[in-house]
Structure formats: structure tokens, C-alpha cells
Design a protein around this ligand. Sequence first.
Ligand SMILES: Cc1cc2nc3c(=O)[nH]c(=O)nc-3n(C[C@H](O)[C@H](O)[C@H](O)COP(=O)(O)OP(=O)(O)OC[C@H]3O[C@@H](n4cnc5c(N)ncnc54)[C@H](O)[C@@H]3O)c2cc1C
Length: 402
Amino acid sequence: MSGGALIVGAGQAGFQVACSLRQAGYDGAVTVLGDERHAPYGRPALSKERLKPESELQYLRPESFFAAQRIDLRIGTSAVRVDAAGRRLHLESGEVLDYDQLVLATGATPRRLPVPGGDLAGIAPLRTAEDAERLEQRLGATARLVVVGGGFVGLEVAASARARGIAVHVLEAQDRLLARALSAPMSAHLLDVHEQAGVVVSRRSVVERFVDDGAGAVSGVVLADGATVAADTVVVGIGVVPNTLLAQTAGLAVDDGIVVDRSLRTADPAIWAIGDCARFPTVDGALVRIESVQNATDQARAAAASIVAGAGTYDAVPWFWSVQHEQRLQIAGLSTGHDRAVSRVANDGLSVFCFRGDELLAVESVGRPKDHMAARKLLAAGVRVDHGQAADPDFDLKTLVP
Ligand SMILES: Cc1cc2nc3c(=O)[nH]c(=O)nc-3n(C[C@H](O)[C@H](O)[C@H](O)COP(=O)(O)OP(=O)(O)OC[C@H]3O[C@@H](n4cnc5c(N)ncnc54)[C@H](O)[C@@H]3O)c2cc1C
């Protein structure tokens, strides 16, 4: 097959870069390879709507779309090795494809919990359509669900299961929920929301092993302090590991993600990496890897623009959302390294402004979509917000937007 743009990964980022290449006028062949057996679908629903009985997988586009856009979508196809010097990609089937541009959009794989009993039936991660389908079916016969990990995926699963009347116990190793991603006040708010909804949350709880029911299925979780929590089903949500194997076969730099420059290009000028698998420099030079739909789609757009029109830079303000017990959490910016969190408490919700000194790094909002939208614009423009303005729920942030 002739070169063109070859995209590995038919997830959010792979799908978007193919679309954006066409929108930007790319006229060569566009091929998307995906090792799952589904056309591109949205992962966010897997821990939310898809866990309701009789829900369905949400495809990003109907299959006819790909033909109309001249995108050759090859699902159930796994790439195993990159021959960077020859600009060729080796598939598991033995087939070899040429490329002019190779985009790695390989996503990430759930981290496994390396404790005894981790392979028992009824213990599962949640990443793929199949994981969600299995979990949804299992929830129908589950009275007690244990969620290991109080991160976004775990907490969303907890909320979805609780809505089905299931007793849910979340085990978090840190002393607060979402400790890496959220400020302390927003963590405390979410803890309250979960507890109000009847979810039991144990913090500083480290899993030591899983208990076998005698027939190869899980029946409980033993903690490091000796306590046992009964469970019919366990969901493990302790983070992901970026899929970097293919990049390693190409001899590319890998460091908790495929290392790219500000145009999302690797050290090989014909190879790009985007989405959950990519580690990229932010405006202030720090290398980060972000797991979100916004990051995957915006990086895909930026990479497509660079491929078609030459090097550009990716500098979008990160934003993220999560839904737990009907509460929509929205985050603008990255709070890593903040030393002060200013809460804006209002009748309709809460926003937390994360500062490093006087510099606003991120704003986390629940029930305050206007704060979120304004925050995205303020962060993009680098506008100063003082602590008093941040704390005042009646101060309209929009007035600061240039
Ligand atoms: C349950 C869940 C809920 C989420 N909720 C939210 C949310 O509310 N908001 C939000 O912003 N984000 C959310 N996310 C995160 C978001 O879905 C991801 O950040 C996004 O999907 C990343 O897109 P991606 O294309 O980089 O990776 P992926 O979507 O993981 O796609 C990568 C694809 O590449 C395939 N692949 C890997 N290696 C190969 C290979 N060698 N050959 C062929 N194919 C390969 C993988 O199988 C996969 O299909 C959620 C994620 C999960 C799992």
C-alpha cells in the first residue's frame, strides 16, 4: 500500500486526527488502525451512561462517515513494530504498510494491582467497550461492589452502581480522593457528595489481597490493617500506563509517555504522538501527559495542522469534566504545584481557584458552568485574578475576559 498518513489507535485521538487531516485538506491516503473490534467510540460514557441497564455503546460516527471522508478504518488490526528508517509499519498479521507520516495515538492500559488474588473472576478494570459491557451485566447480579481507587473512573463507577441500588465501598490509599488531580477543598466536597449518596469511602486503605470464594471468584478484599471488606464484584481504577511499546520499537524517547515537542512531533520528523500516550512540553517547559478527551482531540487537531501546514505549537488550556451523582465537575487548567486554594462557595455550587503565589493555575467547578467557561478564557489570556475576586461568588469573572 502507498504511504500517506498512517494512524495507530482508533480511539478519541486517532479518530480526530483522521477527521482533522481531511478538514485541513490532506489529500493523501488516511488509514486508521485499531486493535479493538469496534469503530471509534467515546470512553467517557463507559463509566456513566453505559453502566445503566439496556444502555448502548456510543460510536463517535456511523461507519458510513469513514468511507465518505476517504478514511480507511481497519479495526481488529494490531501494529507491532515500526521500521523508522524504512518508514514501514509491521502488523501482527504479518502485513507491512508504508507511511509518509505515522501518528501514534495508542492510548493507555489500566494499571494492574499486583496483589494475591488479583486474577479472580469478578475483579476487573474499566477501559474498553468490552470491560463496560461485562461490568454492566455483572452489576445486575451484584449486591456489594468494591471500587479500588478513588480516582475519576473509580468514583464514576461508584456513582453509577449506587444509582442502581448497589452497596458501594470505595477504597482509596491516599488520605483524600483524587489527591493528584484536585485541590483539597474539591476533594472534600466530592467525599461529601459520595457519602451523602450512601457510598462508603475508606481512605488510607491499602489492598493486601483478594479473597477467593472457593470457586475462583472474588468474595472480599483484605486490607493492610487486617480488615476484610465483602465484595461480589471489584472494579480496580488505580490509573493507567501509556502504551509506548510501538514507539520503543522505533527507537523513540519514552518517559511515562512518548516524548514529543510542542508540535507533538517525536525526534523522528515523520512520527507524531498524541492523546493519552503522549508526553509533551507545556508553555512553561514542564513535560506532562494528560488523560482527557479535550487533550486527545485538541492535540489531534494541532498535529493534523502541523502535518498539513508545517510545524505549529500545541498550547491549549487543558479542561476536563466528570459526572458523579448528577454533579458535573468541570476543571480548567492544571492545578499541579498550587500552593493556595481559594473556595468560592455559592448556593448553586462551588468553584475552587488554585493559585501558585498570585498566578492562577486552575479552576475546579461544580454547578458553576459560567465560572468554568470564564476560567478557560482567563487562563488562555493569562489574566490575573486576585484572591478576593476568586472568593466572591457575585464577582462576574467574565468582566475580566479581554
Ligand atoms: C471509563 C472512562 C471514563 C472517562 N471519562 C472521561 C471524562 O468524563 N472526561 C474526559 O475528558 N475524559 C474521560 N476519560 C479519558 C478519555 O476517555 C481518554 O483520555 C481518551 O479516550 C484518550 O484518547 P486516546 O485516543 O489518546 O486513547 P484511547 O481512547 O485509549 O485510544 C487508543 C486506542 O489505540 C489502540 N491501540 C493501542 N495500541 C495499538 C496497536 N499497537 N495497534 C492498534 N491499536 C492500538 C487501543 O486499543 C485504543 O483503542 C475517561 C476514560 C475512561 C476509561
